[in-house]
Design a protein around this ligand. Structure first.
Ligand code: SF4
Length: 493
C-alpha cells in the first residue's frame, strides 16, 4: 500500500476500499455526466484513478486517468464520451501495479465485440486463469485480475450468448467481485455468488443505474430499486426502459463483507435494505450494552466513529442522563489526501496535523472515545495521548467492531498480519500498547445480530482468520473449493 496516503473519509492509515463501480443506460441523453457524478459519490471507495467507458452504438469511448474524479475529467473529456450507456470506476489498487495499465474500466475490442469492465473485489484464482488463457494465446497488458475476467468472458462470447458466457465465466472465477460490464452498448451488472461486495440497482427518470452504493443513485436524483442478488446478472435495456435479471449461480450461504457496514460504505447509503448510518448507530448501542463504561463524556473519533458514538451515547444516556455526548476532537479538513509522509516518524505526526482536541470538552473529565476499528494501533495510541495532553483524567476506548486479526484477500487494503495490532495480542495487550485506561470491542455475534444476518452469511475473515473462499495457506469457514481450471480442465474443444 502507499503508506502515508491519507483517506480523509476515514482515519489515517486505516484500511482502504479498493473500488467503486457504476453503470448506466439512459434513453435520450449521454451517459458521461451521470457517470461522472456517480463517481464523485463513490470517491471514498478509491482515489488512485478514475475512468469512464461509453458506447454510442458504433464504437466505444474511454477516458481513464490517475487521480481524483475531479482532476481526472475535464469538460472536453466528458463531451468526448459519446453514447447513452456506459460504465465507470474509481480505484484504489490492491491487485496489480499502481500504474495506469491497471486503472479501470478495462476496455478492449475482441472478435466477439467490444468489452469494458469495472471490478470491485479480488479474485483468488486469477493467476491460474491467466496461465490458462495465455496458453490459449491471450496476451495481457496489465497484471490486474480484471483483465483476466475480460479475456475469459471474451473467449466464452465466441461460443455462447451473453448470458451463458457470463455464467461460464462466473463458474470459473473464484473470489469476490461486483462488476459493471459493457458489451457493445449493453450494460451488465454481476455480483459474485457470495455477495461479498455490494452492488445495487437504481432508477432515474430516463433509465437505470447500477452502483456500488445507493448514494450514487441519490446523486442522480434516482430511486434505489434493490440490491443485485448474490450470483445474479442484471442486464440493462440499452434504451433505458428496464432491465432483465438472471440468477446464474446460487449458493446456500452468502458471505457479505461485514466491514462494508462498519467502515467502508457511506453512512447515507442503503445496503441490505438498511441505512448504513442506522446500522452503525445500532452497533454503537450494542457496544454500550456489551461493553459500556461510565464516564463523564462520550466522543467520536471524527469522522469514522461518529455514528457509533451517537448510538452508544444515546444508549448510555438512557441509563444515566448526565453523560455528555460531545465532539472533543476537531478535524483539520485541509490536510489533503495527497499529503505524503515519507517516514514512519512523520506519518505518526499526521494525527496531530489532522486532529486537535477541544480542551473545554476534555479537561478534567473521564472520556470514552469511540471508533469503528483499530488496525495498526498507531492512530489510537496518538489519540489517547492527545486527550491526556488536553487534560482528560481517564481515556477509555470503545470499538464498534471485533478485533481485526487477519488480512483481507477480497480487495480491502487492510495491512499485513504483522502490521495488525490484534493479530498476536490479547485485548489487554492492545489496551496496554495504545495506553488507554480500558479497551472494549464489539463481539462478532453482536455484529451479526445488528446486521440481521447469521454468521454463516457473512464474511468474517479479517476477524476470525477463516475465509469464505479457498485461499492458499488460509483456513476456510465453509465447504468451499476453487473451480478447477488449467490443464486439468481445459476450455471446451
Ligand atoms: S476479510 Fe474482512 S474486509 Fe475482507 S471481505 Fe471479509 S469481512 Fe470484508
Amino acid at each position: 500500500m502507499v503508506t502515508g496516503r491519507d483517506d480523509s473519509h476515514h482515519h489515517i492509515g486505516g484500511p482502504t476500499e479498493k473500488c467503486g463501480v457504476v453503470g448506466v443506460a439512459l434513453g435520450g441523453r449521454d451517459a458521461a455526466r451521470p457517470l461522472y457524478y456517480s463517481l464523485y459519490a463513490l470517491q471514498h471507495r478509491g482515489q488512485e484513478s478514475a475512468g469512464i467507458v461509453t458506447h454510442d452504438g458504433f464504437q466505444q469511448h474511454s477516458h481513464v486517468q490517475m487521480g481524483l474524479v475531479g482532476d481526472a475529467f475535464g469538460a472536453d473529456d466528458l463531451d468526448g464520451l459519446k453514447g447513452e450507456a456506459g460504465i465507470g470506476h474509481v480505484r484504489y489498487p490492491t491487485a496489480g501495479d499502481v500504474s495506469k495499465s491497471c486503472a479501470q474500466p478495462f476496455a478492449v475490442s475482441f472478435k466477439s465485440g467490444s468489452l469494458g469492465l469495472a471490478h470491485n473485489g479480488n479474485l483468488v484464482n486469477a493467476d491460474e486463469l491467466r496461465d490458462e488463457l495465455e496458453n490459449f494465446g491471450h496476451a495481457f497488458t496489465s497484471t490486474g485480475d480484471t483483465e483476466v475476467i475480460a479475456h475469459d468472458l471474451a473467449r466464452n462470447l465466441l461460443e455462447e450468448d451473453l448470458v451463458r458466457a457470463v455464467k461460464r465465466t462466473m463458474e470459473r472465477i473464484h473470489g469476490s467481485y461486483a462488476l459493471t460490464i459493457m458489451h457493445d452498448e449493453t450494460v451488465l451488472g454481476v455480483r459474485d455468488p457470495e455477495g461479498n461486495r455490494p452492488l445495487c440497482i437504481g432508477k432515474v427518470d430516463d433509465g437505470y443505474v447500477l452502483a456500488s452504493e445507493s448514494a450514487a443513485i441519490d446523486t442522480l436524483d434516482g430511486e434505489l430499486v434493490r440490491d443485485v442478488k448474490p450470483g445474479e446478472l442484471v442486464v440493462l435495456d440499452p434504451d433505458g426502459s428496464g432491465f432483465d435479471s438472471y440468477q446464474l449461480v446460487e449458493r446456500d450461504n452468502t458471505a457479505h463483507c461485514f466491514f462494508e457496514h462498519i467502515y467502508f460504505a457511506r453512512p447515507d447509503s442503503v445496503m441490505n435494505d438498511t441505512l448504513v448510518y442506522e446500522v452503525r448507530r445500532g452497533l454503537g448501542r450494542k457496544l454500550w450494552e456489551e461493553n459500556g463504561v461510565d464516564t463523564d463524556v462520550v466522543m467520536p473519533v471524527p469522522d469514522s466513529g461518529r455514528a457509533f458514538a451517537s448510538g452508544y451515547a444515546e444508549a448510555a444516556q438512557e441509563d444515566d442522563a448526565t453523560v455528555e455526548f460531545a465532539e472533543g476532537l476537531m478535524k483539520n479538513r485541509y490536510v489533503g489526501r495527497t499529503f505524503i509522509m515519507p517516514t514512519q516518524d512523520e506519518r505518526e505526526r499526521a494525527v496531530r496535523l489532522k486532529l486537535n482536541p477541544i480542551k473545554s470538552t476534555v479537561e478534567g473529565k473521564s472520556v470514552t472515545l469511540i471508533d469503528d476499528s483499530i488496525v495498526r494501533g498507531t492512530t489510537s495510541n496518538q489519540l489517547v495521548q492527545l486527550l491526556y495532553d488536553a487534560g482528560a483524567t481517564e481515556v477509555h476506548m470503545r470499538i464498534g467492531a471485533p478485533p481485526i486479526v487477519a488480512p483481507c484477500y477480497m480487495g480491502i487494503n487492510m495491512a499485513t498480519r504483522e502490521e495488525l495490532i490484534a493479530s498476536d495480542k490479547s485485548v489487554e495487550e492492545v489496551r496496554d500498547t495504545i495506553d488507554a485506561d480500558s479497551l472494549g470491542y464489539l463481539s462478532i455475534d453482536s455484529v451479526a445480530e445488528v446486521l440481521e444476518k447469521s454468521r454463516a452469511d457473512l464474511c468474517l475473515g479479517c476477524v476470525t482468520g477463516e475465509y469464505p473462499y479457498d485461499i492458499d495457506g488460509e483456513e476456510t469457514d465453509r465447504d468451499v473449493s476453487r473451480p478447477v481450471v488449467g490443464a486439468e480442465a481445459p476450455l471446451s474443444d
